[in-house]
Write a protein that binds this ligand. Structure first.
Ligand SMILES: Nc1ncnc2c1ncn2[C@@H]1O[C@H](COP(=O)(O)OP(=O)(O)OP(=O)(O)O)[C@@H](O)[C@H]1O
Ligand SMILES: [Zn+2]
Length: 502
């Protein structure tokens, strides 16, 4: 089995990745606070951890990986956007407006990240669905002396956890000198952080042993990861901006509440997307949204999600990067060249099953070496140069690029979605040479054969399917049928003339 190696922020070394249970590899990523559209920086961790997710699925099998990414749907910023709407005359209670805002933002988030080719995680828990689990965890922490209640708040007693600071490699005293910590009169120590706080009247709140209130941000991830992945899991990810204090606090809470577990064994942090040397962030105002980039804004034309993904993957996730129009142009040129090549070749059509296009081992090795995506992309260019379609498609798919979508979006061939000539709507219209004639024919046969098979499953009359299969085989086409569907692979003896009568 391929050995994946990852840079673990805990040890600051690239280590062999050894899952706790190879039958269920578990990964948690801190997700967005859903108050507004995601900016391009927010998309970087999504793409980085999507590549890791795909690699883990490739190595351990898709059904042996669990990827959880949360939505933080309780937050001052969400309340503020809902309040602003209410003040502007929006109808409904504040609670309804808050709910509407988080729903709407989650919808945007899904649409934007889908456009970047990111798979949806296996679970996307919302913090507000796990308040009970958070309260239970806080109670345990209080019982064991790691937390205390004061004036409607509950605080984590940082000095009760001797390993606090291990992830950032700093002591509590160093951190105190560097961080702007809030000194509240009810805190025993300025470093102590909030687990629970009172809610103002009219704002979202939950009954708890400490009065009506709501959780602090850090406890959300500790509680949700425990509920969905257990006291010990494999990988915890997020942007480097979250390492301190958010991740340091998650570790303290989880390890103190569940000393039987190790929490996360590997911590991965992506570096920041920057604008002129500064982190792109809402608070600095130096941001643009993923949606603006996709759709085009201020007179600029839109940029396809594949281009954005390609640009991200050019830079290793541990390095800061800038977004530039020149990088986007170059990525687009490469994707066009790939698409033209794929479009001109009859192999890249829906009737080619995924199983035939396998990423070469050298390509898997590149990704397995701490996600060396820039090396992986140079291998993609190499396969293109060598005109090795199988390697190229295998590599593209593992990186999260859909070859058919690339052909449709980036090649000059036109695919008429409305075409009634072929039910899939997959049609080439510009080149009349043989190479494009046969794929049309194959697509048609593929659609017809799939239809026939579907029908046969219902009627239990498999005779027509068998007859067509025989004819295809006689024309040199290998036919594979599985529960996922049908695959047609023209072999070296493929003779399109023999398909004439079909
Ligand atoms: N410029 C950036 N580059 C890469 N990742 C980023 C950047 N900004 C935020 N992230 C990551 O985006 C994810 C979602 O973060 P979150 O929702 O807390 O951000 P936000 O409040 O929208 O961003 P901001 O930091 O701009 O206030 C986190 O994993 C965070 O590390
Ligand atoms: Zn988190």
């Amino acid at each position: 089995m391929t050995q994946i190696r990852l840079r673990n922020s805990l040890t600051r070394k690239v280590e062999d990745f050894r899952p706790i249970d190879a039958d269920n590899v578990r990964m948690y990523l801190c997700g967005p606070t859903v108050y507004d559209r995601a900016h391009l920086g927010n998309a970087r961790p999504v793409v980085v951890f999507d590549v890791l997710y795909r690699l883990l699925r490739h190595v351990y099998g898709p059904e042996h990986v669990t990827y959880v990414r949360n939505f933080t749907d309780v937050d001052d910023k969400i309340n503020a956007t809902a309040l602003a709407r209410k003040e502007a005359g929006a109808e409904g209670s504040l609670e309804e407006l808050i709910r509407a805002r988080t729903e709407e933002t989650i919808g945007w988030y899904h649409a934007d990240m889908d456009a970047l080719g990111a798979l949806r995680p296996d679970q996307e828990p919302r913090a507000t669905d796990y308040i009970g689990a958070m309260i239970a965890m806080i109670e345990t922490l209080i019982e064991d002396g790691h937390a205390y209640a004061a004036e409607g708040h509950v605080l984590f007693r940082v000095r009760s956890y001797k390993d606090y600071g291990a992830l950032s490699g700093r002591t509590v005293d160093d951190m105190m000198a560097g961080a702007r910590v809030e000194v509240a009169p009810f805190k025993e120590d300025p470093m102590d952080f909030v687990l629970w706080k009172p809610s103002d009247e009219g704002l979202p709140g939950w009954e708890s042993p400490w009065g009506r209130g709501r959780p602090g941000w850090h406890i959300e991830c500790s509680a949700m990861s425990y509920e969905l992945l257990g006291a010990s899991f494999d990988i915890h990810g997020g942007g480097i901006d979250l390492q301190f204090p958010h991740h340091e606090n998650e570790i303290a809470q989880s390890c103190c509440a569940h000393p039987e577990g190790s929490f996360a064994n590997y911590w991965l942090h992506n570096e920041m997307l920057q604008v002129e040397g500064k982190k792109m962030s809402k608070s600095l105002g130096n941001f643009f949204t993923v949606r603006d980039l996709l759709d085009g804004h201020d007179g600029e034309k839109g940029i396809p999600g594949e281009v954005i993904r390609f640009v991200f993957l050019q830079t290793h996730y541990t390095k800061p990067m800038d977004w530039t129009a020149e990088k986007a142009r170059q990525a687009e040129r490469t994707l066009r060249r790939i698409a033209e090549f794929l479009a001109a070749d009859p192999l890249t059509k829906p009737w080619i099953g995924r199983r035939y296009a396998k990423p070469p081992q050298e390509f898997i090795d590149a990704l397995s070496n701490d996600l060396n995506t820039s090396l992986a992309l140079s291998l993609v260019r190499k396969y293109l140069k060598e005109r090795d379609e199988f390697k190229l498609i295998g590599a593209l798919r593992l990186l999260g690029f859909d070859d058919q979508a690339l052909v449709q979006k980036f090649s000059q061939f036109q695919f008429a979605a409305s075409s009634n000539e072929f039910s899939s709507g997959f049609r080439m219209s510009t080149r009349g040479d043989e190479a494009s004639e046969n794929p049309n024919r194959m697509t048609e046969l593929y659609n017809r054969f799939s239809e026939m098979r579907k029908e046969a499953m219902e009627t239990k009359d498999f005779a027509p399917v068998d007859a067509m299969k025989q004819a295809l085989v006689a024309a040199g086409v290998e036919v594979r049928m599985s529960k996922d569907g049908v695959e047609l692979l023209p072999g070296p003896d493929f003779d399109p003339a023999k398909l004439e009568g079909l």
